[in-house]
Design a protein around this ligand. Sequence first.
Ligand code: G3P
Length: 217
Amino acid sequence: MKFFADTADVADIADLAATGLLDGVTTNPSLIAKSGRNFLEVVKEICGLVDGPVSAEVVATDHATMMKEAAVLRALAPNICVKLPLTLDGLKSCKALTAEGVKTNVTLCFSANQALLAAKAGATYVSPFVGRLDDIGHDGMELIQDIRTIYDNYDFQTEILVASVRSPVHVLAAARIGADVATMPPAVIRQLAGHALTEKGLAAFLADWAKTGQSIL
Ligand code: G3P
């Protein structure tokens, strides 16, 4: 399972990239606004920090303008993945960009039928938003399971990129289902490594080691 960081904070991205565990980055207009940075500048900088795909989202709502914006984004770096909304114009743009060999991420997916359309449009990734579904009383993971089943039924190559992840519980559930990618806020990625018994056990080992009076170096 690939791990992407869902952020436009370059300090966080650099820190996580240094672990060797980061496979890519996703951004969206809200995350860019939160960063307070110039969109094109910050995305270009992020592209230099990770080898994997960096999703940068168009903000146009019509196909022709989406394609123009996609051309600007593509020129930023070779690892740009153009993020498009799951609308008919977004799908049309996805199909056209896929034909040109561009990586695409179809976002704001909230139903299995939408995910089916994204796959038919040749999307590299589809982004179902599990947290926002949970927020309105639906089961986000049920959607991930449905998409996994449908994609496997037809051997679609579109990768399921679980988005709107709010906790390690979401990551575990997505991994059990066999989702391809989880994009997470940096805090959730760090939470995955933590366990109270790991901390307790390490403290005990270090205390016992100190009693030996030895050192490795
Ligand atoms: O990047 C899209 C998605 O992950 C947003 O998450 O927490 O704003 O629902 P959230």
